[in-house]
Design a binder for this molecule. Structure first.
Ligand code: ZN
Length: 447
């Protein structure tokens, strides 16, 4: 062997040894803390809303060994108390305890209670205003990044006839926004910044990683439960738990029994509630699967990268007429978050106590470059009145004109559904018709 060849072999051997040593010394980035990883994150408004999906969760935890955690947007400080005198902040502390006992009874140990104040009413924008929308969203995005859920279950973001609690809708809005934001490193970047020296004090950088959940489903307190049929998976609650030897409906009833402050139901109502199927409404999936298929269909263990939503869609350059307030918000919101199919669930509806009045926000949009004159004609059922009664409106270029109407129902229409109609015209052309179906019955909440 020539000396040059021997030198070459030595060089190769030395290089290999160095490479192996370098490999041994290579550091790997510690993965996120597995203790907080969940399969399902439930985002709701109040301590006790979780019972809505408890039979399904209990079965998922026992039979499929899935992990679940709950985020409550409020601590329920404005609810009544069926168990004792505690009110306001004291009630919030009690309700937080009740929630922890209830969740623990079927295997959920992780729950977070955000700062939002319980805001009884029906207009989601009021809850978001009361909670501080930005701060609440920051908190939910953080918890999505900590718990890294595959699936989010939350309240339906829609204005419905039923309990229609604005805190429920608000939780659904925050969860949908967080679904589309938690994977984006530019959203609350301080949360996904690495700490400079994690063992030191006064550190900055929260040290989380972006996370993209895969699916989102909704549930609702609407009275038209039957509308959801075929719009998502349905889970019966009659199966028997092997460990407990009782039906999952009964496990949910026991979970509910921990919420003593909120228990103003009869046993019959409770039985009907827990023995009905858990009906979910398909929101969207980033991993395929069919709307009525299993929640975990198509979900593989590996993470997926960020998927940007459609975002706000600028309206076409025309004059238009629509329902305003929360209805206008939801139309733009559904489009922006790729859940526009929720618009087909219901024609716009509302409810009004026959002795009170109904707030109807209308909106004229002028997305053209010239001022427009618009006239609005109301077609109300016999005996119904509206205030103000102005019919002509001048709208500046690229501006909106919000009309705030107060509509007083005819008392004889109690317990009926009525349709209210408004027709708008500009330059002699009809630019839009608004129809609102109204259930003439109170729901106990201010509108
Ligand atoms: Zn609630």
């Amino acid at each position: 062997m020539k000396l040059r060849n021997v030198m070459c072999l030595w060089a190769v051997a030395l290089f290999t040894i160095q490479a192996v040593r370098a490999q041994q010394e290579a550091q790997s980035n510690p993965p996120p803390d597995a203790r907080y990883k969940v399969d399902v994150l439930i985002v709701v408004g109040h301590p006790d809303d979780d019972v809505e999906v408890a039979p399904y969760l209990a079965q998922l935890i026992e039979e499929q060994h899935k992990r679940a955690a709950v985020v409550y947007a409020t601590r329920g400080n404005s609810g009544g108390n069926a168990a004792g005198p505690e009110q306001a902040s004291a009630l919030a502390d009690v309700r937080e305890m009740e929630a922890r006992h209830s969740l623990a009874s079927y295997g959920i140990t992780d729950a977070w209670f955000l700062h939002g104040s319980d805001t009884p009413g029906g207009d989601v924008l009021r809850s978001l205003e009361a909670w501080g929308h930005g701060q609440a969203l920051e908190e939910v995005v953080r918890l999505v990044r900590i718990t890294r859920p595959e699936v989010i279950l939350t309240w339906l973001p829609n204005y419905v006839v039923g309990e229609n609690h604005e805190d429920h809708q608000g939780a659904g809005v925050l969860a949908t926004e967080a679904f589309d934001l938690a994977g984006n490193p530019l959203v609350f970047p301080e949360q996904v910044t690495a700490p400079r020296d994690r063992l030191n004090i006064s550190n900055y950088g929260e040290g989380l990683r972006p996370w993209q959940p895969k699916k989102i489903y909704y549930f609702s307190d609407a009275i038209h439960f039957e509308f959801f049929k075929g719009r998502g998976p349905e889970y019966p609650t009659s199966a028997i738990s092997r460990s407990r030897k009782i039906a999952y409906s009964q496990i949910a009833a026991e979970a509910w029994s921990h919420y003593k402050t909120q228990n103003d139901f009869t046993d019959v109502q409770l039985k009907e509630f827990t023995e009905g199927p858990v009906r979910l409404i398909w929101g969207k999936s980033l991993v395929g699967g069919s709307p009525t298929g299993d929640v975990f269909g198509g979900i593989a263990p590996s993470p997926i990268g960020y998927v940007a939503p459609a975002g706000y869609q600028k309206p076409p350059a025309q004059v238009s007429f629509e329902l305003g307030g929360p209805w206008a918000f939801y139309r733009a919101f559904w489009r922006a978050h790729n859940i526009e199919h929720l618009a087909d669930l219901y024609a716009p509806e509302a409810q009004v106590d026959p002795k009170q009045s109904l707030w109807v926000p209308l909106l004229i949009r002028n997305d053209t470059k010239s001022p427009k004159q618009v006239t609005v004609q109301a077609v109300l059922p016999k005996g119904w009145r509206q205030k103000p009664d102005a019919k002509a409106f001048e709208i500046a270029p690229n501006d909106d004109f919000p009309i705030q109407l107060t509509v007083v129902p005819a008392e004889w229409d109690k317990n009926t559904w009525q349709t209210l109609t408004w027709v708008a015209k500009s330059d002699g052309q009809e630019i839009g018709t608004v129809k609102l179906r109204v259930d003439v019955v109170g729901n106990g909440l201010p509108q």
